[in-house]
Design a protein. Structure first.
Length: 112
């Protein structure tokens, strides 16, 4: 079960996910990011504080969104509130250098 909530701010969008991001729920997350990109918005904060688990499918979604956002220097996907065990996964997969990571969403939103 995955719950995704989005908030649009003046300078960026906040996507907050709670639950498990796996092969069943990753498409739902991808659709959320795609809708934001299709609206012409490419500065996104992904608040992962409620994410219990993320699979390779979820990591692929994050990489694809980052590529879309960074294309032609339009923006980027930054992460906030990454739980320790997920940070470990990101570290293991070599994904940590690909994202700016902030302690909380307020700090991340402020980075734009």
């Amino acid at each position: 079960m995955l719950e995704v909530v989005t908030n649009q701010f003046k300078r960026c969008d906040l996507v907050k996910a709670s639950g498990r991001v796996d092969s069943h729920t990753a498409p739902q997350l991808a659709d959320t990011f795609e809708a934001i990109n299709e609206a012409g918005r490419f500065k996104i904060v992904f608040d992962m504080s409620g994410v219990e688990y993320i699979s390779s499918a979820g990591l692929r979604v994050m990489i694809n969104v980052q590529k879309t956002c960074k294309r032609w220097n339009r923006g980027e996907l930054v992460l906030a509130g990454v739980p320790e065990h997920i940070h470990g996964t990101l570290d293991l997969t070599g994904f940590v250098p690909l994202f700016k990571i902030f302690d909380d969403d307020a700090e991340a939103v402020g980075s734009f």
